[in-house]
Design a protein around this ligand. Structure first.
Ligand SMILES: NC(=O)c1ccc[n+]([C@@H]2O[C@H](COP(=O)([O-])OP(=O)(O)OC[C@H]3O[C@@H](n4cnc5c(N)ncnc54)[C@H](OP(=O)(O)O)[C@@H]3O)[C@@H](O)[C@H]2O)c1
Length: 246
């Protein structure tokens, strides 16, 4: 029996957990950070909450007698990915990163590529008046000083009552989002720019298509660097990789 810990919080992690649940040679535990109020719980065994840094994760891996650590976290969940790489090294475990490919700019896209939310905020100055901000509730403060811009902010849960939030309106919703929904949002709110992380995948891509169709610019935040190590891009590749270790 191969014991696998999946670090999750993404659709890919949930899909992987569901597929592994059907493989008798593999026993998987999925781990969620516990950021959202009503998380979509994975199929099979799961746990919720931080481990307590690299040491905490290394202890958990030892205690639970994990054989393989799969990091299927969001490409912008940088801290946990570096912690995972360090903990796997410390415990001498195999470690696989499941990272969906980033979106690539295609003909008709009007992207301004930046490296973080602060640069995205700078790029918006004098460039936009009504912005669709889709970076998640933890990153709102970076835009709060832009008082000449109105923001439509979409996130899963509302920000904390004491959070620093830009002026505008908040929509709480969880992807996947349909192309027609995204077109309607851009039209209804007269959006002239979008801020997006380059998350990759299909669930949040329709806003990028709608922006292309409507000639709306996108401040696209590039991914932070990942730790070195073995990587696959798709859930089925991760399943095959794990099967090859059974
Ligand atoms: N950042 C995004 O844009 C984004 C978007 C969609 C989904 N998510 C998901 O939301 C979660 C939190 O994202 P984040 O950007 O706040 O992460 P982060 O900055 O990389 O991680 C911060 C801390 O949260 C805990 N943590 C993160 N992922 C965990 C997991 N899967 N299981 C247990 N603990 C975890 C760890 O705490 P300890 O140090 O105490 O272990 C970690 O040090 C991630 O699991 C990610 O997949 C993030």
């Amino acid at each position: 029996m191969l014991r696998v810990l999946i670090l999750g919080g993404t659709g890919d992690a949930a899909e992987l957990a569901a597929k592994l649940a059907n493989i008798p040679e593999i026993e998987a535990i999925a781990s969620l950070a516990g950021r959202t109020r009503q998380p979509v719980t994975p199929v099979g065994n799961f746990r919720i909450g931080g481990f307590g840094g690299v040491e905490g994760l290394a202890n958990y891996l030892r205690e639970m007698e994990i054989d393989i650590l799969v990091d299927a976290t969001h490409p912008f969940a940088n801290q946990i990915s570096w912690n995972a790489a360090a903990a796997a090294k410390q415990v001498n475990l195999r470690h696989l990163m499941l990272i969906r490919p980033p979106w690539s700019k295609v003909a008709g896209d009007s992207w301004i590529e930046v490296n973080n939310t602060h640069d995205a905020a700078t790029a918006l100055e004098n460039q936009a008046q009504r912005v669709f901000l889709t970076v998640g509730r933890q990153e709102l403060a970076a835009f709060a000083h832009l008082q000449d811009i109105w923001f439509l902010m979409r996130m899963i849960d509302p920000p904390a009552p004491d959070a620093v939030v830009p002026s505008g309106e908040i929509i709480c919703d969880r992807g996947p989002f349909a192309l027609e929904t995204e077109r309607e949002i851009l039209r209804q709110y007269s959006i002239d720019a979008i801020v997006s992380k380059n998350s990759g995948g299909d669930a949040t891509y329709p806003k990028i298509i709608a922006a292309r169709e409507m000639g709306i610019k996108v401040m696209m935040i590039n991914r932070p660097p990942m730790p070195p190590g073995e990587q696959v891009s798709h859930v089925d590749s991760a399943v095959n990789w794990l099967l090859s270790k059974c």
